[in-house]
Design a protein. Structure first.
Length: 289
């Protein structure tokens, strides 16, 4: 197409793509190009500024491996990962949140009432709760995928001193939908900021902190998996989460309990937990299938 102008290039791109095999792919890419063109026009982006953006993406390759993906980190820090979650989220039930980079498929099985803490560094936490459908019936057969960081702020993929599946597990709830386990109280931590995504944070005057949280995926028969995370209400980073993952209903009170009789009776380490011990109650309501 000849005689292109800043105003006509978006239409030209759409015309070039008219024979795309997939209408959905064409729609997405034409829209993406249109937004990018609008961004360049609205901000009069200079060649140097655009080259800086290309350089950041090029550098991201050097920070990406099987344990870290700088492109996902860009998506998280720009709020795109969270936005994709929100626009696809169910409108009923316990809210979803971002997956994050540290989930492990095929984590070890943990018995209901089992222990993930194993006396490691940090304050022990007892988590208990239930999984029910939107009619209040127990979600029998539900499996919870669990993962979190350790008391030192590191996930197992970041900590060479622990096993690859430390603080990762799969727990099957009881027939009445109840579950309990002991673990460590998660702590706030910073996302990796030594690469180009971190450069972006500094350019914006932003922090790299995430509030403490427990990750879970709820696999319930007859329902789509629910990917979510839960946050202690006393964390100081709740209102400035670097990856925009906090949702109001996912913020929970963490209480200290001094009476061992008040703890779930099926805890494997019930008699060994030091008192007082942190506790948290999580009751899932599954969205309508």
């Amino acid at each position: 197409m000849r005689n292109l102008t800043p105003a006509s290039i978006t239409d030209a791109f759409a015309e070039y793509a008219k024979n795309a095999p997939s209408a959905r792919t064409r729609s997405l890419l034409v829209s993406l190009a249109g937004h990018l063109h609008g961004f360049v026009r609205d901000n009069q982006v200079t060649q140097a500024e655009w080259n800086a953006a290309i350089d950041a993406l090029t550098k991201a390759k050097d920070f990406t491996d099987d344990k870290r993906n700088e492109y996902i980190l860009f998506s998280d820090l720009l709020g795109v990962s969270s936005l994709v979650d929100m626009v696809n989220a169910a409108t009923t039930g316990t809210p979803s949140s971002v997956l994050g980079p540290f989930h492990i498929e095929g984590a070890p099985e943990l018995a209901n009432g089992g222990d993930l803490w194993r006396g490691q560094v940090g304050e022990p936490l007892v988590v208990s709760g239930s999984v029910k459908d939107d009619k209040g019936a127990p979600a029998k057969g539900t499996v919870l995928a669990l993962w979190q960081n350790g008391g030192n702020g590191l996930y197992s993929q970041q900590d060479k001193t622990v096993s690859a599946t430390n603080y990762h597990a799969r727990l099957t709830v009881a027939d009445d939908g109840s579950f309990a386990f002991s673990t460590v109280r998660p702590v706030s931590y910073t996302v990796p900021d030594d690469g180009p995504a971190g450069d972006m944070l500094r350019a914006l005057g932003r922090e790299a902190w995430r509030p403490a949280h427990l990750h879970m995926i709820v696999h319930a028969p007859g329902h789509k998996p629910v990917i979510t995370e839960f946050f202690p209400e006393d964390d100081k980073y709740l209102d400035r989460d670097a990856v925009f993952g906090v949702r109001g209903p996912l913020v929970l009170p963490f209480h200290k309990v001094s009476d061992r009789a008040a703890l779930p009776k099926n805890l494997a380490v019930l008699d060994k937990l030091p008192l007082p011990v942190w506790t948290a109650r999580i009751d899932f309501t599954l969205p309508t299938a």
